[in-house]
Design a protein around this ligand. Structure first.
Ligand SMILES: Cc1cc2nc3c(=O)[nH]c(=O)nc-3n(C[C@H](O)[C@H](O)[C@H](O)COP(=O)(O)O)c2cc1C
Length: 413
């Protein structure tokens, strides 16, 4: 290790009842490896490889707390029958020396009729242009049921041996749809003022903390801003973060963006039009054409820059005294040290660990520890819509035309 390197990265850190062996976490990045909503061998192999690669904890992405919250066919859905399979996964992760977390959420207005087997429901009436379907406003009994589903999902996660849950309260999924004035037009106890828009999140957190008890750590992934005019800004999001701390969140993962409105704000780089349409089945020919024509317009490129959320995240660091996890463009030892030097306790990585599951072990390796090969063209995102998330360098089915697109750098944000 050179003299300029921060000494914190490979030291342990406690969050609630757990202790990570170092400060790195594989972020929840949807794997698309759960056909029939069951964990597969591919999911097992990927997460055990990440665990072997040296992370403190790996996060299984985007498990829906109920069938009504599903948007992908290859997405996990928390239910009793998958607990033994999940237990095999957590056992294997533990054997490789890492902890295991699972992200729990509900897609709300982003759910797909074909997978959730109902009319998608959100905070308010609307249209899911990605599906595309009409969206119905949730009524009170449905809200209460979903809240219970969160608690049930936490209990199942505990039973399956997870060390932590990560509640998804960002990116325009259900909790975030209630928080944001862009998607919440209600006039009842769940809408109107910021306080009322936080009510659903408060109910969820009450249920989650009761279900978690002292046995499993509670992380919450929350926005620093929604990333477009009319969405939540930094000051609103700081209020949400402070409330989350009061409600029992033990660490916050700071992110940004809104999948239905500002998708590339989440991760930076290009919207992978070519990859998405390449893998889409022919029966969706009309959607293929629409995405080819309008894709870049609906989801303009947000130029990628290392640590792109750091400036906004520092405002949360100044306002909060709880453990914070940085996520967004962490791709080098130097960049990660910058994050830790700024007072963040942990750092999550998505694409660096999709590109190279051994990246954390390589971070010990001084100057060589830069995951420079990832071009942030987001091929992995494009592929996950239909098949599993993969880096283009690992795909055997890639065409020369797609390969060419993947060689283009997205530039600086
Ligand atoms: C293929 C892919 C899938 C993703 N899926 C999710 C997800 O299911 N849940 C989530 O909170 N974030 C998701 N993200 C966002 C990442 O967790 C992370 O916040 C973002 O990519 C920035 O981190 P990075 O620059 O280290 O990749 C996804 C990102 C990628 C690349």
């Amino acid at each position: 290790m050179s003299a300029s390197e921060n000494n914190t990265l490979f030291t342990p850190f406690k969050v609630g009842p757990i202790e990570l062996k170092n400060r790195t976490i594989r972020s929840a990045a949807f794997e698309g490896m759960c056909p029939g909503n069951h964990p597969s061998k591919e999911l097992f192999d990927y997460h055990t490889a990440v665990a072997r690669g040296g992370v403190g904890m790996t996060t299984v992405a985007y498990a829906s707390v109920s069938q009504s919250g599903l948007s992908f066919e290859r997405q996990l859905w928390m239910r009793e029958e998958i607990v033994p399979e999940l237990k095999e996964l957590t056992d294997a992760i533990h054997k490789e020396g890492a902890l295991a977390s699972i992200q729990l959420g509900h897609c709300g207005n982003m759910s797909h009729r074909s997978t959730c087997k109902c009319t998608p429901r959100g905070a308010s009436l609307g249209i899911n242009i990605y599906s595309p379907t009409f969206v119905r406003k949730l009524n009170k009994p449905e809200i209460e049921q979903i809240v219970k589903d969160y608690g049930n999902a936490v209990r199942l996660a505990k039973k399956a041996g997870f060390d932590a849950v990560e509640i998804h309260a960002g990116h325009g999924y259900l909790i975030s749809q209630f928080l944001s004035p862009y998607t919440n037009h209600r006039h009842d106890e769940f809408g109107g003022t910021m306080e009322k828009r936080m009510h659903f999140m408060e109910m969820v957190m009450k249920e989650v903390t009761a279900a978690a008890g002292d046995d499993i750590a509670i992380f919450v992934k929350t926005n620093t801003r929604d990333g477009f005019r009319g969405g939540l800004e930094v000051d609103d999001c700081i209020k949400v973060a402070k409330r989350l701390q009061e409600l029992g969140a033990q660490a916050l993962v700071l992110t940004g963006g809104f999948v239905s409105r500002a998708p590339m704000y989440v991760m930076g780089g290009a919207f992978p039009v070519r990859a998405i349409t390449h893998y889409m089945p022919m029966k969706q020919w009309w959607l293929k054409i629409a995405i080819r024509i309008f894709g870049k317009m609906m989801a303009p490129t947000v130029k990628f820059k290392e640590n792109y959320f750091l400036e906004d995240s520092k405002k949360f660091r100044a306002a909060l005294d709880m453990p914070l996890v940085y996520v967004g463009g962490a791709v080098s030892r130097k960049g990660i040290d910058e994050v830790l030097d700024a007072g963040f306790e942990m750092v999550q990585m998505g694409r660096a660990l999709i590109r190279d599951t051994d990246f954390v072990n390589k971070l010990k390796d001084g100057d060589k520890s830069v995951c420079s090969e990832c071009e942030h063209v987001n091929f992995c995102v494009g592929r996950m819509y239909t098949l599993s998330m993969q880096c283009h360098t690992k795909c055997e089915d890639i065409t020369p035309a797609l390969e060419k697109v993947c060689q283009r750098k997205s530039g600086g944000r």
